[in-house]
Design a protein around this ligand. Structure first.
Ligand code: HEM
Length: 413
């Protein structure tokens, strides 16, 4: 067990990461991942797809410490960075520096470009619009075919409409960007597909920014255009930022709506309380935190490269090594969340790490929260008879995507 957990074991003796999910319990993190908590170690070495052996951070406390440690870098081109797939590794050299892959003062500059646009206050002001869109989509769902597929009727349109509105992207192009976002997040894409998808999305955003430089509106892409005019930002910097926001801004929230709905339908007692208390904003807000904790969609994050040697919890972590802070492992650490496998919408769950931790913590978390609070307090109140029309074992879970979710969710009422 000592060699297994420390830096001295041979790669073939180390546990593989990621471990497979269990089809008996598809909402829970992989049993092989959770079993690593039994080692009692907050960090251990694992073996990944290319035979490299990064450190896996398991405990909630260790993740909060390491994800704020300046000796870890988000730089995807840095030696030892533990790339998720071959395509991402091959593609890393072409990636422009941006918000998600820079550190320190450079990263803070990127954050400043965006954070004022996504504050809690601003996102709260969007709540009535989010409620209206949700009600309209549910009206349309009720007037349409029964059964229906939830991704198509509700989960994708709601966050896509919102991020389009915020960025100033025409919603009419949703098929194009939703399709490209799903390739961006796919684990099994080829390096060529990854490059072509990124190039297409960047070109699309750059064209939009150019148009907005001539004809600005009140939206994030117009703001980026104005900063290009002022010489504050180049188009090479602005387009990747718009690209990240467009992809991150709809895909994760959509997966969370679909997967959260399926999980609630499988937990009728919890769902009944949520339905009864759907007017209780505090209860609903906490319920959303618990769903975020339980499901932890960014199941392959967060990844960093070590830039300076240091000692941590009895291990020597060296420059040039990789670190993966497994967010599901932290959110199912019983030191932080007693009985983590019990879905309890009333538990105190807001210290979960589903949005990451430290300087790279999710920029869009307040938007995602409002969207999820509105959907989960409205959907089951408006459609109390909502049910799955396929057994759980027939559903296709997105184990092969960076954001866990469901490819389809057939529902009826
Ligand atoms: C349920 C929905 C969401 C989840 C679970 C989620 C999760 C995350 C996580 C875990 C990170 C940190 C990654 C790391 O540390 O390496 C992150 C970063 C980020 N997210 Fe989200 N996200 C969600 C929704 C959104 C939305 C709606 C937006 C945009 C409006 C967004 C924009 C971003 C951006 C720009 C970053 C990079 C921040 C940085 O590196 O400084 N996300 N997200």
């Amino acid at each position: 067990m000592t060699g297994f957990a420390s830096g001295t074991a041979a790669p073939e003796d180390l546990p593989g990461f990621p471990a497979p999910r269990s089809s008996a319990c598809p909402f829970a993190p992989p049993p092989g991942l959770l079993a690593l908590h039994d080692t009692g170690k907050p960090v251990i070495r694992v073996r990944t797809w290319d035979g490299s052996t990064p450190w896996l951070v398991l405990s909630h406390a260790a993740q909060r410490s390491l994800l704020t440690d300046p000796r870890l870098s988000a730089g995807i081109g840095k030696e030892g960075y533990p790339h998720t797939t071959e395509a991402m590794k091959a593609h890393a050299a072409e990636m422009q520096p941006s918000i998600n892959n820079t550190d320190g003062a450079e990263h803070a500059r990127w954050r400043r470009t965006l954070t004022s646009g996504f504050t809690r206050h601003r996102m709260e002001k969007l709540r009535p619009a989010i409620q209206q869109i949700t009600d309209d989509l549910i009206d349309r769902m009720l007037a349409g075919p029964n059964p229906t597929e939830l991704n198509e009727t509700l989960s994708l349109p709601l966050p896509s409409l919102m991020i389009c509105e915020l960025l100033g992207v025409p919603y009419g192009d949703h098929e194009f960007f939703q399709e490209h976002a799903s390739v961006t997040n796919a684990v099994n894409k080829s390096p060529e597909e990854a490059a072509a998808t990124t190039a297409a999305l960047r070109r699309y955003i750059a064209d939009l920014i150019e148009k907005k430089m001539d004809d600005p509106a009140e939206d994030v892409l117009s703001d980026l255009g104005a900063r290009i005019r002022e010489g504050d930002l180049s188009m090479e910097e602005a387009a990747p930022l718009g690209h990240i926001l467009l992809v991150a801004g709809h895909d994760t929230s959509a997966n969370m709506i679909t997967l959260g709905t399926a999980l609630l339908l499988e937990n009728p007692d919890q769902l009944a309380t949520l339905r009864e208390r759907s007017d209780d904003a505090k209860y609903v807000a906490n319920a959303v935190e618990e769903l975020l904790r339980y499901l932890t969609l960014p199941h392959l994050l967060a990844r960093r490269a070590v830039v300076e040697d240091f000692e941590f919890e009895g291990e020597t972590i060296r420059a040039g090594e990789g670190v993966i802070a497994s967010l599901p492992a932290a959110n199912w650490d019983e030191e932080a969340f007693p009985e983590p496998g019990r879905l309890d919408l009333a538990r105190r769950a807001s210290h979960h790490l589903a949005f990451g931790w430290g300087p790279h913590q999710c920029v869009g978390q307040q938007l995602a929260r409002v969207e999820l609070q509105v959907v989960f307090s409205t959907l089951f109140r408006r459609i109390p008879t909502l049910r799955l029309t396929a057994p759980l074992e027939d559903l296709r879970f997105k184990e092969d995507s960076q954001a866990y979710g469901l490819y389809e969710l057939p529902v009826a009422w």
